[in-house]
Design a binder for this molecule. Structure first.
Ligand code: NI
Length: 388
């Protein structure tokens, strides 16, 4: 049972919406044009309710099936682009300098709109479908903002599903797993204070460059020596700043970076060890160090029953051979995690074929996956809440 015929017939039109979003990328919560187009289309499709301004610029559409039912299924797409100068060379390349849809959220939004149109036309289900369009996935926490704005309670959402395209996975293929699929993403800053002075008189100074270098090295022992070898973690120092001159030992130095984990116990341990190491190394040299550790998106944790259901729906679209239910977790992060903290659900990857990678200037969403993604959404609703 492949792609739905009535969905395949809509593909060109959905691709045109996608390319229009691609021409006009918007960042973070400033997705006013995109959200406006989404709300207008949802109303034109005949959704029973269309509410804008959830989580600042999020949009929600409610579609009731032709039969009543107690179930309410939420489906989420993201609308924001990235601060990247586009180099895809496509005719629908970004018209906005320095901004582009380099993560395919234009495609995610267009596919969920396509599903909304199909579901509003056919209504071949018993219950309620809720389509959720969020701003600010790329670091701004738009998913969290929508949940905090009452998204789940206000619309009675009981289960929630999300989808992201995946370059390198063939078009038509799906990948997911139960449990941790994507990592928690935290950021840190370490401020080191020593004693500045003349570079030719190091004995009169406390050299923050040497101390910062030792801290960077010592931090690498956390993943190597403190994390259980059967667990996953990344600690990357990505920024070092100290001094401005050839002949001055700087008074201060600063380090920044990111930590990725899947389990709270590993996350807690890493934060604790980072503080001990920064403080310990600084003290050893007579300096001080202050760790500022900021927790970002939590891990994306798929619920078992909903993941099995999502895989079953994906298999009904693409065949069981095209669905990998044991996908390797990735250390990237996703703020759909906040929705999965609020309600049971599942996140799946859908193949974008042999394109440039996500967040690359040459990336483009592959329109040939539109009928696959839209059919997945349509079948998810019709299978979860059958009208027969
Ligand atoms: Ni993305």
């Amino acid at each position: 049972m492949p792609v739905l015929n009535s969905v395949a017939a809509l593909t060109e039109e959905i691709a045109a919406w996608r390319r229009d979003f691609h021409l006009h990328p918007e960042l973070d919560y400033d997705v006013h044009r995109t959200a406006g187009v989404v709300a207008e289309k949802l109303k034109a499709f005949g959704c029973d309710e269309v509410v804008a301004g959830i989580g600042r610029t999020g949009v929600v559409g409610v579609i009731r099936g032709r039969l009543p039912g107690d179930k309410v299924i939420g489906m989420r797409a993201d609308m924001d682009a990235l601060p990247i100068e586009e180099a895809s060379g496509k005719p629908w390349s970004s018209t906005v300098p320095g901004k582009m849809h380099a993560c395919g959220h234009d495609g995610h939004t267009a596919m969920l709109l396509g599903a909304a149109r199909y579901l509003a036309e056919t209504r071949n289900f018993a219950g309620t479908a809720v389509v959720i369009f969020q701003p600010a996935e790329e670091g701004g926490g738009g998913g969290k903002a929508m949940v905090e704005d009452g998204l789940m309670d206000r619309f009675g959402v009981q289960e929630v599903y999300g989808m992201h395209n995946m370059p390198g996975l063939p078009v038509g293929h799906f990948a997911t797993r139960t449990g941790p699929l994507m990592a928690a993403a935290d950021r840190f800053t370490i401020e080191i204070e020593g004693r500045g002075g003349h570079a030719a008189r190091p004995h009169d100074s406390i050299d923050t460059v040497v101390i910062a270098s030792q801290i960077v090295q010592a931090l690498q022992t956390i993943v190597a020596r403190n994390v259980d070898p059967l667990e996953c973690a990344v600690l990357s120092t990505t920024y070092m700043r100290a001094g401005d001159a050839f002949n001055v030992l700087p008074q201060t130095a600063e380090l920044r970076g990111t930590v990725r984990t899947f389990k709270p116990a590993v996350q807690d341990m890493i934060e604790r060890r980072m503080g001990e190491i920064a403080h310990g190394v600084a003290t050893m040299h007579g300096a001080t160090a202050r760790l500022v550790y900021v927790r970002g998106y939590p891990p994306t944790l798929n619920h078992a029953a909903q993941t099995a259901f999502a895989a079953q729906v994906a298999a009904s679209v693409s065949g069981a051979d095209a669905v990998n239910t044991e996908a390797a977790p990735v250390m990237g992060a996703e703020d759909f995690s906040y929705m999965l903290e609020a309600r049971p659900g599942a996140f799946v990857f859908v193949g974008n074929g042999a394109t440039a990678g996500l967040h690359h200037p040459a990336y483009d969403f592959d329109d040939s996956l539109i009928p696959v993604g839209v059919s997945y959404w349509a079948r998810l609703v019709e299978t979860a809440m059958p009208a027969a």
